[in-house]
Write a protein that binds this ligand. Structure first.
Ligand SMILES: Cc1cc2nc3c(=O)[nH]c(=O)nc-3n(C[C@H](O)[C@H](O)[C@H](O)COP(=O)(O)O)c2cc1C
Length: 197
């Protein structure tokens, strides 16, 4: 059985175009045998950024080796997944802060990464692949301002995940082409990608 962790950061829920793209991918993926999809809807999680007591609790736990504390459950779940799918819209040249807060909670030495004198920092996640699905109002594909994809690619490397790919419906709100046509094309690419993911 291949365990796929789907991280849903499509904040607009059922109105989200990114969610539509993601559901098309997941539906194609679920047709394959031996694939188990675990969903994590970030909007339903009690995620908070590090601040005050929440930050210091983490420091105390790390010092005491308390990696089994419930606050590290996201890191354990992410570390154990065989494949990772993240869906999030393009917001403010990146992605919603909620996803960054989630990532902040994932980065735990001894669970998702480690370090030693010889190698420096290295990822210890099991996943072999990470896929990022997104939609953008403007056209940023392969441009220097697509900070979201670039950052997630770097994080995949940090976590030790060797393959990172992304699929974007780009330029949806520019009026150069009907948004529906752009989205349908991205959905087609996502369905194709699901066959080999
Ligand atoms: C809060 C917010 C910030 C956004 N920031 C950008 C942006 O920086 N650049 C851009 O081209 N589009 C931006 N957009 C437009 C979205 O990228 C676009 O509408 C996308 O398809 C939204 O995805 P969704 O339907 O999954 O929510 C933004 C939209 C919202 C709601």
């Amino acid at each position: 059985m291949i365990n796929v962790l789907f991280i849903d950061c499509c904040i607009r829920g059922e109105q989200s175009r990114t969610k539509r793209l993601a559901e098309a991918f997941l539906s194609a993926l679920s047709c394959r045998e031996g694939v188990l999809i675990e969903r994590l809807t970030l909007m339903d999680e009690p995620l908070i950024p590090f601040s005050n007591g929440f930050f210091w609790q983490r420091e105390r736990l790390l010092e005491a080796g308390g990696l089994d504390h419930p606050r590290f459950r996201y890191a354990h779940q992410f570390q154990q997944a065989d494949k990772i799918v993240i869906a999030a819209p393009f917001w403010d040249l990146s992605f919603p802060a909620l996803l960054k807060v989630y990532i902040e909670n994932l980065c735990v030495q001894g669970i998702t990464f480690d370090c030693d004198e010889k190698t420096g920092t290295y990822g210890v996640c099991q996943a072999k692949k990470m896929l990022f699905l997104t939609t953008r109002g403007g056209a940023f594909e392969n441009g220097p301002l697509d900070n979201g994809t670039k950052y997630l690619r770097d994080m995949a490397r940090f976590f030790g995940i060797p393959e990172f790919t992304h699929i974007a419906a780009d330029g949806l709100d520019l009026g150069r082409e009907p948004a529906e046509a752009i989205l349908e094309r991205a959905i087609g690419r996502a369905q194709e990608a699901a066959k080999t993911f």
